[in-house]
Design a protein around this ligand. Structure first.
Ligand code: ZN
Length: 183
């Protein structure tokens, strides 16, 4: 909007943006200006573009999102528990955390729950989520809600991976040699 050159933040924003119209185009001052145009043809064109965008959002929102378990990578979990020691009861160790996720997913699968997934949390985004809910990150009832929000935003990785594919835990090993071992 300021007419500044495309920088690293824009590049990052582009990787997170999934809508058909690019952010640069969406924030193009010329385009925004055309919304204030008194030329009916320009306005009509702009309205039909906005309608198309809205359609894309509606479609994204109407897609069923997976039932997802929240996964914290080792460094994020260490940071989380250091910042909020109250959560150490929930997460005694990283290894146990990973084992709990796999067990919970297998239980859900065996009880017939379709469309399972794993979402990966980060401390800053979790803190932002807690703030948006007007509560403290130490509130453990927030954890599954945070997972649901990440899943709704399309961040879930489908579970289970194929045996030969990388494990969801990020170990770099195949699922069959890692958390899929006893599957
Ligand atoms: Zn694993």
């Amino acid at each position: 909007m300021l007419g500044a050159p495309h920088d690293q933040w824009d590049t990052l924003a582009d990787t997170l943006h999934s809508m058909p119209v690019s952010l640069d185009e969406l924030h193009d001052p010329k385009r925004v200006w055309s919304l204030g145009s008194d030329n009916p043809a320009e306005l009509a064109a702009e309205i039909s573009r906005l309608r198309a965008e809205l359609g894309a959002y509606r479609e994204a929102l109407s897609r069923p999102f997976p039932v997802a378990m929240l996964h914290w990578p080792a460094d994020e979990l260490a940071e989380l528990v250091a910042a909020y020691p109250e959560l150490s009861a929930e997460y005694p160790s990283h290894e146990e955390h990973l084992a709990t996720i796999e067990t919970a997913l297998r239980e859900l699968a065996s009880s017939g729950t379709p469309n399972l997934g794993v979402v990966t949390g980060t401390v800053p985004s979790y803190e932002a989520f807690a703030a948006s809910e007007g509560t403290s990150p130490t509130d453990t009832t927030l954890l599954p809600q945070y997972a649901t929000v990440l899943a709704a935003r399309g961040r879930a990785v489908p579970w289970p991976p194929e045996r030969g594919d990388a494990c969801w835990c990020g170990s770099g090993q195949s699922y069959g040699e890692c958390h899929g071992l006893a599957a």
